[in-house]
Design a protein around this ligand. Structure first.
Ligand SMILES: NC(=O)c1ccc[n+]([C@@H]2O[C@H](COP(=O)([O-])OP(=O)(O)OC[C@H]3O[C@@H](n4cnc5c(N)ncnc54)[C@H](OP(=O)(O)O)[C@@H]3O)[C@@H](O)[C@H]2O)c1
Length: 282
């Protein structure tokens, strides 16, 4: 039941591990503030950090776990193999580099950041991930920005002996890009879906529907959007470097959008605010 969700709620992944349902995004979080803002998020109760090699702050966000006085095992830490490291050898190296930078024995989740590099590149990266998981360097593995055609290519490889399980799919998802086909594909296979840009990078605050619902529930546009994501069964990853907003984005467990209001947020639009590698055809 959505109503009973809390900041401590988790979902079980196909790997058997638990993932906290609200993540803290750190894309474009500058190195010089990354440690402090992540400590702030952890202090407020977030237990899930969405990092990536490409964000260049793995060292700082991981250091924040220790600085916050938390054992590594209490925080779900994600990284991603960047597009520049596609393919078996480069992906293997990228995983080692990330472990070193974050000074951690393991990640909770490593994703392929985007489906670039052609079939050989994608499947080579996946092979490196499967090996890393077997070696205990990551607990779960998954993909980000893969279109259904990329997912089907990967599924065929997995079934024909490549192995591994797509535990997580990470995508830009919000009411103006609900991605129902992709979500259905992944849900059917038991994968957990993370929503990036869950507050549409703060570009939709003036939408009449957000103003109306914000007023009705006494919540901000960002809170309505994060709540929408949670009630859709997604794992939203809002990013902020502003302490008041970090707190605001976690204060989404004391209200519930009713069915009619969830329906009002169904726009059937396809309007990404970030990149959209799902449509990549190589
Ligand atoms: N896999 C991928 O390809 C991919 C792509 C994009 C993002 N991501 C992940 O998803 C996370 C979130 O996506 P995102 O950072 O692009 O977008 P987002 O979380 O939708 O929006 C972040 C922006 O909204 C502002 N903001 C945060 N909370 C707010 C609030 N309560 N009220 C008003 N404005 C607020 C932030 O400003 P301040 O920081 O200045 O407060 C920042 O400018 C990323 O950090 C990253 O971890 C993954």
């Amino acid at each position: 039941m959505a109503r009973s969700l809390t900041l401590k709620s988790t979902k079980q992944l196909l790997s058997g591990y638990e993932i906290p349902i609200l993540g803290y995004g750190v894309y474009q979080t500058p190195t010089n503030v990354a440690e402090d803002v992540t400590v702030e998020a952890l202090r407020l109760g977030y237990r899930h950090i969405d990092s990536a090699a490409a964000y260049k702050n793995e060292k700082e966000v991981s250091a924040a776990i220790t600085k916050a006085g938390l054992p590594r095992s209490e925080v779900f830490l994600t990284t991603k193999i960047p597009p520049a490291a596609t393919g078996y050898d480069a992906a293997r190296q990228s995983i080692e580099d990330s472990l070193k930078k974050a000074q951690t024995e393991y990640f909770d989740l490593i994703l392929i950041h985007a489906p670039f590099g052609g079939k050989e590149g994608r499947l080579g990266s996946w092979r490196a991930l499967v090996e890393a998981q077997k070696a205990g360097k990551t607990r779960s593995i998954g993909v980000s920005n893969f279109g259904v055609h990329h997912l089907e290519e990967l599924e065929e490889y997995i079934k024909s002996g490549g192995g591994g399980q797509i535990a997580v799919g990470q995508y830009e998802i919000h009411p103006w890009l609900a991605r129902s086909e992709l979500v259905a594909w992944l849900e059917k296979r038991g994968a957990v879906i993370q929503a990036y840009c869950p507050i549409v990078r703060n570009q939709r605050g003036d939408e009449p529907v957000l103003k109306e619902l914000g007023k009705k529930y006494g919540k901000t546009a960002a809170q309505v959007l994060i709540r929408w994501s949670l009630q859709k069964g997604l794992v939203p990853l809002p990013k902020s470097v502003t302490p008041a907003r970090i707190r605001e984005n976690a204060e989404v467990f004391d209200f519930e959008l009713d069915e009619g209001d969830m329906a009002k947020l169904q726009t059937d639009k396809y309007e990404p605010c970030a990149w959209d590698p799902t449509v990549n055809q190589d």
